[in-house]
Design a protein around this ligand. Structure first.
Ligand SMILES: [Zn+2]
Ligand SMILES: [Zn+2]
Length: 272
């Protein structure tokens, strides 16, 4: 199925420590691929904001994207965004940043538990790593993030599964977390926040979106309507990757629109 309005609201440029291409180049690639809109959401890890100089990258990224907005006007909708990691570990800094920056779109993420390393770096084969307990703590943290609610969309709700299930092939009993996940989804709905469908998993060993179909269906069932989608591309080659599959999945789960954010306000774009 071909979709007319493909929007990729989660991408990284070389202003992210793990990004690879410039804002301008990515805009050109987005135009070539026929994307209607793109949001640049470079990493700002709020629990290490000054220590790791994210204060500098935040400004650099913001001005580069502002320039690209002007250059590509009329050809591509460019949204100036950020992926705030661990915002609730330093609420004062996060809230001051959001006051200061005139973002279009803010993703809320948790990549690590307090005082711990990113799930990406953990060894889940180590018997000392109690991953079911870590996962419970992770979902509790996601709930606290949702309750804080000063972002627009909650990114990759099932982030640790990428590694626990995808890379380490550990069994995870998701029913154990069903109540917590319901509480997260209900909080998003109550606060008019979007759930973000991350298509990166489709090109990773886990092979499914984050969250997957069952959680997406549950969100819809509970009354969730605001859904954003993004590739989480760190390379130009991945720009827009998996968007079509994501749109099909969203349709299957009962969504008719995808949300695009400008000035922190959603516009609903019909999927068909
Ligand atoms: Zn992330
Ligand atoms: Zn990301």
């Amino acid at each position: 199925m071909a979709f007319k309005h493909l929007v990729d609201l989660h991408t990284h440029t070389d202003n992210s420590f793990d990004g690879n291409h410039s804002v301008m180049f990515l805009c050109e690639v987005a135009c070539d691929r026929g994307l209607r809109a793109i949001a640049f959401t470079d990493h700002l890890e709020m629990d290490a904001f000054y220590r790791d100089q994210f204060d500098r990258t935040a400004l650099q990224a913001y001005f580069e994207v502002a320039k690209a907005k002007a250059v590509f006007q009329g050809k591509l909708t460019v949204c100036n965004g950020a992926e705030l990691g661990q915002a609730i570990y330093d609420r004062a800094t996060s809230e001051a940043l959001l006051q200061k920056m005139n973002y279009d779109f803010v993703l809320g993420s948790i990549h690590n538990l307090p005082q711990m390393q990113d799930f990406y770096y953990m060894d889940f084969d180590d018997p000392a790593v109690d991953y079911p307990a870590l996962l419970r703590q992770y979902f509790e943290t996601e709930l606290a993030l949702a309750e804080w609610g000063q972002f627009d969309a909650l990114a990759h709700l099932t982030y640790p599964l990428r590694y626990i299930v995808g890379n380490y092939h550990k069994p995870v009993e998701m029913r154990a977390y069903a109540e917590l996940i319901d509480a997260i989804l209900e909080t998003l709905i109550r606060k008019d926040k979007a759930l973000k469908l991350n298509t990166a998993g489709l090109r990773q060993p886990i092979g499914v979106t984050s969250p997957d179909e069952s959680i997406l269906r549950r969100y819809r069932e509970l009354g969730g309507q605001l859904l954003t989608i993004g590739s989480d591309a760190h390379f130009a080659a991945d720009l827009g990757a998996g968007l079509e599959e994501g749109y099909e999945l969203a349709l299957r789960c009962g969504f008719e629109c995808i949300a695009l954010y400008q000035h922190r306000t959603p516009t609903l774009i019909p999927i068909l």
